[in-house]
Design a protein around this ligand. Structure first.
Ligand code: SF4
Ligand code: SF4
Length: 462
C-alpha cells in the first residue's frame, strides 16, 4: 500500500505486551461524557440496585447508545458531578446473559437476523465501537454499510495495540468478522494489518486467509497509516451518507463477538497505561468507571503529571473533574507536567531530544525513545516556513499555508486549500519546530466553516 507522509515518533513509556489485571475498586465513577458521546438521559434512580450490563444512561443524540453498568452495584446519582457512581460492587455476580438466537448463522446475510443482531449490538454496548470511516462519527444502527473496514494497526505510541488485544483471542476475532459479514450482501470486509513479519503476524494472516470474504490490507508501520480515513481514501472507498463505510478497531470486533456469540454485554476494556512518567508501562484489563488513580497510582515516577486520555498525538487532557475511565478510552498517557518552559529550548543541541529535521545532536546516538514532557521544548514561535508539516501530512495538504489563511481570517482561501481533507492525526502539530497547534486550528476552522455553511443554507431556504 502506497501512502504519503507519515512519521514514527519514538517516545519513552510505550506499553509492553503484558496485560495486567486490576482488582475491582470500591466504587466505579462512570463519566457521562466521552469524546463522541453524551449520556444525558439517565435510566436509573438514586439508590437503585443494578446488575452487570444494565443500562445506566443513554445518548439520545447518538441513536441511544447506552452506558452500561460494568458490575452489579448500587447507583449514586449525586455523589460526583458529571458521573454516575456505582458502589457496593459485586463483581462476582457476573453479567446477565441475554438469550441469543442459536439458529442465527454467523455469516449469512438475512434481514431478520441482521435486525436482531443490530439490536443486540446496540443494547449490549458493542455499537459504540462502530464509526463512519470517513468522519469518525457514530453510525445509525439501522443503516447499511458500503463496506466494513477493520483496523488492527494502532500506531499512536501509547494506545492499546491490536496485536496485544488479539493474542489468545484469534478465534473470537475471526468469529466477530463472520458476524460482521452477515450485515453485507456482497460488499467486502477490509482488515488492515501491519506488514511486519513475525510468527504471530503470520498466524493472524493464516487464520484470516481462510475467510474468503476478508480482504487483507498490509499497512506499513508508519504513523498514522492505520487511521480509518487514511485507509479508506487509499482503498478508494468513497464517503456516503446512505451507505457509509463502517470502521471498527480490534476491540470493536472482539466486542461484536462477545455480544453476538455469548449474549453478554461488552463491558470489559483493555487499555494501555504508559507514557514517560510511568515506571512500568503496560496494558490493563479493566472496566469503564475504574478510578484513574487506581490505573496510574503507584506507577508515577515524578510529580506533577498530566494525564492524557488516549495517545500523545490525538488525546485530550483528563481534567480534575474526571475521576473514572470514560467509555471510549483506549489508553492513558502520563507526562511530567513541566512548570517552566526551557528558555530557548528549541535551539539547544538536543542530545536527549529528537527532531524530524535531524538537526539535533541526538542524530549521532543509536535510536532511543525520547522522554518528553509537557513543555514541548520551549516557547511558541511564528511559522518559519520550514515545510516539515507539508512533508509529513498524510492528507496531502499544506498545513503551513492553511495556518496562514486561518491567521488572516481568510475563510474562503482556507476552504480552497482543502482543510476539509485534514483527518486530525496531529502529526503536523507534533513535528512543528514552532510548536504551533495546527491540528487544533484546523479542527476549529472546520467547525467554523460548517457553521457558516449551515447558516447560509438556512438563509437560502427562508
Ligand atoms: S493537516 Fe491534518 S492530516 Fe495533515 S498532518 Fe496535520 S492533523 Fe494530520
Ligand atoms: S512545521 Fe511549523 S514552522 Fe514549519 S512550515 Fe509547518 S507550520 Fe511552519
Amino acid at each position: 500500500m502506497k501512502l504519503r507522509g507519515g512519521y514514527n515518533v519514538h517516545l519513552a513509556g510505550r506499553p509492553t505486551n503484558e496485560v495486567r489485571d486490576l482488582p475491582a475498586p470500591e466504587r466505579l465513577y462512570l463519566p457521562l461524557r466521552s469524546r463522541r458521546f453524551t449520556f444525558s438521559e439517565i435510566d436509573v434512580t438514586d439508590g437503585q440496585k443494578v446488575a452487570c450490563g444494565d443500562e445506566i444512561a443513554k445518548d439520545p443524540g447518538n441513536f441511544n447508545v447506552p452506558l452500561l453498568a460494568p458490575y452489579a452495584g448500587t447507583v449514586r446519582l449525586d455523589a460526583l458531578e458529571g458521573h454516575v457512581v456505582l458502589e457496593d460492587l459485586d463483581p462476582a455476580a457476573g453479567c446477565s446473559v441475554r438469550e441469543h438466537d442459536e439458529s442465527a448463522e454467523r455469516s449469512r446475510y438475512d434481514p431478520a437476523v441482521s435486525e436482531w443482531k443490530r439490536r443486540m449490538l446496540l443494547e449490549l454496548g458493542a455499537w459504540q465501537f462502530f464509526a463512519d470511516a470517513h468522519t469518525g462519527t457514530p453510525l445509525d444502527p439501522s443503516g447499511t454499510p458500503g463496506a466494513i473496514l477493520v483496523t488492527t494497526v494502532h500506531l499512536d505510541p501509547h494506545v492499546a495495540r491490536g496485536d496485544v488485544l488479539l493474542r489468545g483471542r484469534l478465534d473470537e476475532f475471526a468469529r466477530g468478522l463472520e458476524h460482521l459479514q452477515s450485515f453485507l450482501e456482497y460488499q467486502p470486509i477490509y482488515v488492515a494489518m501491519s506488514d511486519i513479519r513475525t510468527d504471530f503476524a503470520s498466524e493472524v494472516r493464516e487464520k484470516l486467509r481462510g475467510h474468503a470474504f476478508v480482504n487483507l490490507v498490509a499497512v506499513p508501520r508508519r504513523y498514522p497509516y492505520g487511521h480509518p480515513v487514511a485507509l479508506a481514501r487509499h482503498l478508494g472507498l468513497t464517503p456516503s451518507l446512505e451507505n457509509p463505510v463502517w470502521a471498527l478497531t480490534t476491540a470493536g470486533v472482539l466486542a461484536v463477538d462477545r455480544v453476538l456469540t455469548t449474549g453478554t454485554p461488552a463491558v470489559e476494556r483493555i487499555v494501555a497505561v504508559g507514557g514517560p512518567a510511568i515506571d512500568a508501562p503496560t496494558h490493563v484489563r479493566t472496566v469503564v468507571g475504574q478510578p484513574i488513580h487506581d490505573l496510574i497510582g503507584g506507577h508515577v515516577t515524578e510529580k506533577p503529571v498530566r494525564v492524557v486520555n488516549g495517545g500523545i498525538m490525538t488525546g485530550g487532557t483528563v481534567g480534575p473533574e474526571q475521576k473514572g475511565l470514560c467509555a471510549e478510552s483506549t489508553g492513558l498517557t502520563v507526562l511530567v507536567e513541566s512548570t517552566t518552559r526551557p528558555f530557548l529550548g528549541w535551539i539547544r543541541p538536543g542530545w536527549g531530544s529528537r527532531s524530524y529535521s535531524k538537526t539535533f545532536a541526538s542524530e549521532v546516538r543509536p535510536a532511543f525513545p525520547e522522554k518528553i514532557n509537557t513543555a514541548l521544548r520551549g516557547e511558541l514561535r511564528p511559522c518559519i516556513s520550514c515545510g516539515q508539516c507539508v512533508d509529513v501530512c498524510p492528507a496531502g495538504i499544506m498545513p503551513n499555508v492553511i495556518h496562514k489563511y486561518i491567521y488572516a481570517h481568510d475563510i474562503e482561501s482556507t476552504i480552497d486549500t482543502r482543510v476539509d481533507l485534514c483527518f486530525e492525526c496531529g502529526l503536523c502539530s507534533y513535528i512543528c519546530p514552532s510548536k504551533i497547534d495546527l491540528r487544533q486550528q484546523f479542527i476549529d476552522a472546520k467547525k467554523e466553516i460548517q457553521a457558516e455553511l449551515e447558516a447560509l443554507l438556512e438563509e437560502v431556504e427562508e
